[in-house]
Design a protein around this ligand. Structure first.
Ligand code: NAP
Length: 249
């Protein structure tokens, strides 16, 4: 494994698009070396490579399905071999399969729980011992306001995101004495491919309930993630930070 030099290393799941992509870009801009994974879609890796080169950083992107514990271990091993010890771990990979409970089938339930909740477990489980051993590290998991207060037609998604909060709070208590922090971000409605699929009516209805009267940006979530990962947040652990324009107040 390369020696840890002055550059920090971040690992981001779901880093090819949306919030994860903005987090990758933010870390590169902040001078980190970054490893990111995605499930299958070809990403615009060239743009990420260019950004890394601009900031003198290294980047490692790979397909790794977070529901597959072996694939996750392979990705994390590859990341550490190439870039060194992990300073920041961000679990942004996630999916939705919306529908009212009365029509929700087993597959819609399981795929969302497996990706969002078990995926977060797989990634944190594979990385946590190394972070404890090295005596430093910041984990940021990505929940949602749906996990904080529930959301009609999203019982599967809200359950997975509420699970992430309980998981991360528990983890924060286990690893604090090893110098490792774990926090959650809970975004509201953020402009990404995930929300692009909403109907105009659904979007208008949510917008009307957001006190700040606009949809958030992936960069705004990335700013908070970068803060939580940094030394500026050295005394913050086990917290859920909502980035939601006030909708969950
Ligand atoms: P997105 O634009 O749809 O991007 C999802 C990312 O996750 C992609 O890189 C995707 O890779 C990856 N991914 C999905 N399933 C995966 C798997 N099994 N293994 C590895 N990677 C996987 O989503 P987003 O809007 O940025 O959402 C990111 C996170 O924020 C999610 O956890 C979501 O629940 C949460 N969130 C989003 C919003 C919002 O309004 N957008 C609000 C609250 C919370 P592929 O392209 O290869 O599938």
């Amino acid at each position: 494994m390369p020696q840890h030099d002055s550059r920090k290393v971040a690992v981001v799941t779901g880093g090819s698009r949306g919030i994860g992509r903005a987090v990758v870009e933010r870390f590169l801009t902040d001078g980190y070396d970054v490893a990111y994974c995605y499930r299958s879609r070809p990403d615009d890796a060239d743009a990420i490579e260019r950004l890394a080169a601009e900031h003198g950083g290294r980047v490692f992107g790979a397909a790794a399905d977070v529901t597959d514990a072996d694939a996750v271990r392979g990705f994390l091993d590859g990341a550490q071999e190439r870039l060194g010890e992990i300073d920041a771990l961000v679990t942004s990979a996630g999916i939705v399969r919306d529908g009212s409970l009365v029509t929700m089938d087993q597959e819609a339930w399981s795929s969302v729980i497996d990706t969002n909740l078990t995926g977060t477990f797989n990634v944190c489980r594979a990385a946590v011992f190394a972070l404890m051993k090295q005596g430093r590290g910041s984990i940021v998991t990505v929940s949602s306001v749906a996990g904080v207060r529930g959301s009609a037609t999203q019982a599967n998604y809200a359950a997975s995101k509420a699970g992430i909060i309980g998981f991360t709070k528990s983890l924060s208590k286990e690893v604090a004495r090893f110098g490792v922090r774990a926090n959650v971000v809970a975004p509201g409605l953020i402009a990404t491919d995930m929300t692009e699929a909403m109907t105009a009516k659904a979007r208008e209805s949510v917008l009307a309930k957001i006190p700040l009267r606009r949809i958030g940006t992936a960069q705004e979530v990335a700013d908070t993630v970068a803060f939580l990962a940094s030394e500026r947040a050295a005394y913050i652990t086990g917290q859920v930070i909502r980035i939601d324009g006030g909708i969950s107040n």
